[in-house]
Ligand binder design. Structure first.
Ligand code: CAA
Length: 380
């Protein structure tokens, strides 16, 4: 598959126009002020981009994963902070509710999430359960018709503005992943506490904070998937999340590349454009090649994600995330190098891209975790 289908090309063009006209112009100011992109997220909802996989019967756009990654790349080309906000709502909140939720849960939660009335977050990571996600210490105790949750979560994207949270807690932390449960939580419930926003290196206008569950009472009807099968919900959800981060990384890489090309043609040194030098040409060639390769992997993974072979999809999503996130860091670094000292200045967009790229090899599974997932398929 080398050409995008017609309907996906239409989505790409819609996302591109919106991103370049409505998101890109304010991106540097929002980054500087650490200002959450409320207005941009509201408009994304109007375009159907906050619930892209959600079928029309639940208020969503009913699109394919391929359409989603193509749209998300365009949004992240303009601003990766807006992109991660969109990605978390789609991949980490709407998707598991759609995939594991009961009919009543889908009807109750998806329409508001898909239309932008509500924003979602995903609470898996804990102070001592990052890469080792099975080490969940947040405790769930079955209490009649309810579960009582206590514990702490960290690095939760969207948490400061979220209405709904797909969160995890463990019936018996000694049993590790075998007793983890997934829940749909409403952030307005007593006992759901949001900590102060984190100060981050990049994606500064996205909102990230700690959460705590303090005697949080959760009705049993809000269990997502079966009891003790929450880890599978978490892992299957992250497969999709990882492809979203691959798309985010591609957007950052493409923007860095485009700015580098423009600068290489405009900037003169020693009586000629710097792009006339082989040193610059090789950087441009390497960036372009890595972007094309990562994009093909990401599109391939998107098609696999909508297919029947879930193990293959998981493998490909990790490959796409690994390749695209390493590519984003490579391209942002080279774009900054091509800009010379100017690239180190906050006056130039490549400085923000360099910082924004850095998170992509960390969240939703580090590059090392992606390599572990990929290698297991060959080595067992
Ligand atoms: N789909 C469904 N089930 C899966 C699965 C998948 N992709 N991967 C594993 N499982 C199942 C396994 O089949 C196994 O089931 P059984 O017990 O029935 O055999 C179970 O889950 C445990 O699997 P593992 O033995 O592989 O578990 P592990 O403890 O070795 O951990 C891991 C595996 C891949 C390292 C996992 O812990 C992992 O992915 N870690 C990284 C966590 C991560 O990505 N965190 C990101 C946080 S979210 C975030 O960043 C969001 C944000 O704010 C932007």
């Amino acid at each position: 598959m080398f050409e995008l289908p017609e309907d996906v090309l239409d989505i790409q063009s819609l996302a591109r126009d919106f991103a370049r006209n409505e998101i890109l112009p304010g991106a540097m100011a929002r980054d500087k002020e650490h200002a959450f992109p409320h207005e941009q997220v509201r408009k994304l909802s109007e375009l159907g981009f906050m619930g892209m996989f959600v079928p029309a019967e639940y208020g969503g756009a009913g699109m394919s994963t391929l359409a989603y990654v193509v749209a998300l790349e365009e949004i992240c080309y303009a601003d990766a902070s807006v992109g991660v906000t969109m990605s978390v709502n789609n991949s980490l909140v709407c998707w598991p509710i759609l995939g594991f939720g009961t009919e009543a849960q889908k009807q109750k939660y998806l329409p508001d999430l898909a239309t932008g009335k509500h924003l979602g977050c995903y609470a898996l990571t804990e102070p001592n359960a990052g890469s080792d996600a099975g080490a969940q210490r947040s405790k769930a105790v079955k209490n009649g018709e309810n579960y009582l949750l206590n514990g702490n979560k960290i690095w939760i994207t969207n948490a400061p503005y979220a209405d709904i949270c797909v969160g995890y807690a463990n019936l018996d932390p000694e049993q590790r992943h075998r007793t983890v449960c997934a829940f749909i939580l409403e952030t307005k419930w007593p006992g759901f506490k949001v900590g102060k926003p984190e100060e981050k290196l990049g994606i500064t206008s996205s909102a990230t904070s700690e959460l705590s569950f303090e005697d949080l009472e959760v009705p049993a009807e809000n269990l997502l998937g079966r009891e003790k099968e929450g880890f599978k919900v978490a892992m299957a959800t992250l497969d999709g999340g990882r492809i979203g981060i691959a798309a985010q990384a591609l957007g950052i890489a493409q923007r860095a590349f485009d700015l580098a090309v423009v600068y290489a043609k405009e900037r003169h040194a020693f009586g000629k454009p710097i792009g006339a030098n082989q040193a610059i040409q090789w950087m441009i060639a390497d960036m372009a090649t890595r972007i094309e390769a990562a994009r093909l992997l990401t599109w391939r993974a998107a098609v696999n994600k909508d297919g029947n072979d879930k193990a293959r999809a998981s493998h490909m999503c990790s490959m796409a995330k690994l390749a695209a996130s390493e590519c984003a860091n490579f391209c942002a670094d080279k774009a900054l190098q091509i800009h010379g000292g100017y690239g180190y200045s906050k006056e130039y967009e490549v400085e923000r891209l360099y910082r924004d790229a850095r998170i992509t090899t960390l969240y939703e599974g580090t590059s090392e975790i992606q390599r572990l997932v990929i290698a297991r398929n060959y080595l067992g």
